[in-house]
Design a protein around this ligand. Structure first.
Ligand code: NDP
Ligand SMILES: O=C/C=C/c1ccc(O)c(O)c1
Ligand code: ZN
Ligand code: ZN
Length: 357
């Protein structure tokens, strides 16, 4: 099925330099390969990683760069060997679009840890072309790196699950933290953090939000269903919560000391780092030894876990909390995300927007 004829010309919004400002950019996609699906982008979430990448926080950015890795779209064409999808299917694409398929992580179904992973943007595909993300009319992706959006999940609600959702689900599952009754905390109530609260609550955990201010308290308790709320700078509140938590999911995207949070963990508690921070973090060793605590990290989730979290959310009636915007608002949305002014994820209505070159 599908025509394998030519490269497609597409329009996206690209950063052209480390200012991170996005502007229209026309480029071509590869010819539809045997295992490729061609996806008309419907919606794309804005993740803080898009800021790290477009603004070159990691020193590895290449321009022009079309960001966006929480992509929901409609399949409009499939290559001849595609078995998972057909035109008309609503699918999701996330953070990675390729892996080696032969290394231990790839063979263990955790291909996100493949050292040859191909990122959905700011990378180079197997054909030598730059990869470009979801703030664009169309993407082409190998069927392995697309997931089905289950019936019953609104496509715009599903977009944040493709990064934020699976990023919290994967470590809870991997570290054996899905049992009801656990006491967990979410540090940083943004796009990833709000999914952390929702997923942990559905698992039956007692959930504390640890935030940099009290601004989000009412919403966290009333809308997201958090059980407790700590302001990280309030020493009395923090002291009262010492030794009380089985885990902390840390989503803060900037440098912060770890010791105040390590002190909140119980014996064998885990501090799970998710934020991308390009400088050394700090703690003294007794903070982990005297309590056998673990500081660990986790990176998105596998394609299997991505499909699983979508089905988990559909089954539990769990949605993301989003602010929907058009493409012409993306630069303002990014500025607001950087100022910590979003409730809790921007999702761009890509197909419903005009973005002419
Ligand atoms: N490990 C992985 O696989 C993944 C990692 N990430 C990374 O996780 C981090 C969080 O991503 P995301 O949730 O999209 O980001 P958001 O900007 O949506 O949320 C980050 C939250 O951290 C808190 N915060 C504290 N200090 C700051 C600061 N100086 N600037 C901004 N926020 C601050 C805020 O919460 P509050 O107001 O409560 O203090 C804010 O809402 C990023 O570094 C991102 O790159 C994202 C996805 C996957
Ligand atoms: O948002 C998804 C990607 C997160 C990410 C994690 C670690 C890292 O080094 C990155 O460049 C991105
Ligand atoms: Zn992300
Ligand atoms: Zn591999």
């Amino acid at each position: 099925m599908g025509s394998l004829a030519s490269e497609r010309s597409v329009v996206g919004l690209a950063a052209k330099d480390a200012t991170g400002v996005l502007s229209p950019y026309t480029y071509t996609l590869r010819k539809t390969g045997e295992e490729d699906v061609v996806v008309k982008v419907l919606y794309c979430g804005i993740c803080h990683t898009d800021i790290h990448q477009t603004k070159n926080h990691l020193g590895m950015s290449n321009y022009p760069m079309v960001p966006g890795h929480e992509v929901v779209g409609e399949v409009i064409e499939v290559g001849p060997a595609v078995s998972k999808f057909q035109p008309g299917d609503v699918v999701g694409v996330g953070v990675i679009v390729g892996c080696c398929r032969t290394c231990t992580p790839c063979k263990s179904d955790v291909e996100q840890y493949c050292n040859k992973r191909i990122w959905s943007y700011n990378d180079v595909y197997t054909d030598g072309k730059p990869t470009q993300g979801g703030f664009a009319s169309t993407m082409i992706v190998d069927q392995k790196f697309a997931v089905k959006i289950p019936a019953g999940l609104a496509p715009e609600q599903a977009a944040p699950l493709l990064c934020a959702g699976v990023t919290v689900y994967s470590p809870l599952k991997h570290f054996g933290l899905m049992a009801p009754g656990l006491r967990g905390a979410i540090l940083g109530l943004g796009g990833v953090g709000h999914m952390g609260v929702k997923v942990a609550k559905v698992m039956g955990h007692h959930v504390t939000v640890i935030s940099s201010s009290d601004k989000k308290k009412a919403e966290a308790m009333d809308h997201l269903g958090a059980d407790a709320y700590l302001v990280s700078s309030d020493a009395a509140q923090m002291a009262a919560a010492a030794d009380s938590l089985d885990y902390i999911i840390d989503t803060v995207p900037v440098f912060h000391p770890l010791e105040p949070y390590l002190s909140l963990l119980k014996l064998d508690g885990k501090l799970i780092l998710l934020g991308v921070i390009n400088e050394p973090l700090q703690f003294v060793s007794p903070m982990v030894m005297l309590g056998r605590k673990a500081i660990t990290g986790s990176f998105i989730g596998s394609m299997t876990e991505t499909q699983e979290v979508l089905e988990f959310c559909a089954k539990k009636g769990l949605t993301s909390t989003i602010e929907m915007v058009k493409m012409d608002y993306v630069n303002q949305a990014i500025e607001r995300l950087e100022r910590n002014d979003v409730r809790y994820r921007f999702v761009v209505d890509v197909a419903g927007s005009k973005f002419e070159p």
